[in-house]
Ligand binder design. Structure first.
Ligand code: NAD
Ligand code: ZN
Ligand code: ZN
Length: 342
């Protein structure tokens, strides 16, 4: 089969590899769609990955084979694969918080395309307990639910007590994750939503997904968001970029006792001080660096999609064009999410 693999730092290519055989407790998925995440670009340019590694951590597929002992699933069923493959034994995994599995204490929990062979291939092996049924959702366009919707859902659902009708949530970077974040905020909260991006087309699209205001990410952005909140600041700020300028913007617009979630992995940093000063975060503000979401969150995301309350804007491309798609993503040319189809 074909697999798009990281083969060295800054180098990935489409290679021929063997179709894997499902072992005990495993399921073989025939991939129907594999979303392309900005994290794939970060992985491409990170040293020291376990080369070769097949990329792809937004897997949707059709069950092609069941390994020994697998019950409850049928060949032909469509499913998404959850992406943080925890141990299944610790107290975190016990409630579905596999994304913080204790076996990988303080480190990243591996998953498909994130340490294990990923979904940018014809087939993917998945331990059975990480599959979530897709039902009649589109088997291609739904792939990005596995991360581009899961990760924002995780943050927004944990911040729900802040997100009252009088509250304001700011989404910085309305790309793959951000365009889902706006829809999730619209679907599960009554808060006002402000989208911030450098790209006017993405801002216009964000208003279509339910953002109440769109603010260009420039030198005036902080003043504009503060104006929109009568100087008080936002209750939730989601930074889906993570550069120094966006983190600074996020810190300068989050209100006292608000929450800043730094999701983007561009490597920026901001000062932290304990005195609520202008240099850092205001009094009482909390900061999170979330990783993916829980297994339970993925079920909730699929439920929202099945109810038609969130929808991935997907661009379909053949798997053979993976590198071109990554180049376009780096240049900011993808609207919504690109999905590779084997
Ligand atoms: P994307 O490329 O699809 O979207 C990024 C968006 O940010 C684009 O719309 C772009 O125009 C916009 N942008 C760029 N610079 C900006 C700026 N200065 N101000 C405002 N907007 C700006 O990326 P994505 O796939 O949505 O991923 C977003 C980030 O989240 C990446 O860094 C990715 O690695 C990270 N990520 C983290 C997790 C996690 O669990 N922590 C999960 C998935 C992705
Ligand atoms: Zn990702
Ligand atoms: Zn565990």
């Amino acid at each position: 089969m074909k697999a798009f693999q990281l083969v060295a730092p800054h180098k990935a290519e489409l290679r021929d590899v063997d179709v894997p055989e499902p072992g005990p407790g495993e399921i073989l998925l025939q991939i129907t769609g594999s979303g392309v995440c900005h994290s794939d670009l970060h992985l491409l340019h990170t040293d020291g990955m376990p080369y070769p590694m097949t990329l792809g951590h937004e897997p949707a597929g059709r069950i092609a084979a069941l390994g020994p002992g697998v019950t409850g699933w049928e060949i032909g069923q469509h499913a998404l694969a959850y992406i943080a493959w925890g141990c299944g034994l610790c107290r975190r995994c016990a409630d579905g918080t596999d994304n913080a599995c204790e076996r990988f204490a303080r480190r990243i929990v591996p998953g498909p395309g994130l340490g294990h062979p990923g979904a940018m291939a014809d087939y993917l092996l998945v331990p059975a307990r990480f599959l979530v049924p897709l039902g009649d959702l589109d088997p291609v366009d739904s792939a990005p639910l596995a991360d581009a919707a899961l990760t924002p859902y995780h943050v927004v659902s944990r911040a729900l007590p802040l997100l009252t009708p009088s509250a304001t949530a700011v989404v910085i970077g309305v790309g793959g994750l951000g365009h889902m974040a706006v829809q999730i905020l619209r679907a599960i909260t009554g808060s006002r939503i402000v989208a911030v991006d450098v790209d006017p087309a993405k801002l216009a699209a964000a208003e279509g997904y339910g953002a109440d205001a769109a603010v260009p990410s420039d030198a005036d952005a902080a003043a504009r968001v503060l104006d929109l909140t009568s100087g008080v600041g936002a209750d939730l700020v989601l930074d889906f970029v993570g550069t120094e300028p966006t983190l600074r913007l996020a810190a300068s617009i989050v209100g006292s006792y608000g929450h800043l979630s730094a999701v983007g992995l561009a490597g920026g940093s901001i000062p932290f001080t304990a005195d609520g000063s202008a240099a850092g975060l205001p009094w009482g503000a909390t900061l999170s660096t979330p990783y993916a979401g829980t297994r339970r969150d993925l079920h909730e995301v699929v439920a929202l999609a099945r109810q038609g309350r969130i929808r991935v804007r997907a661009e379909r491309h053949p798997l053979s064009e993976a590198q071109t798609v990554l180049d376009r993503l780096r240049r900011g040319e993808i609207q919504g999410r690109a999905v590779l189809v084997p």
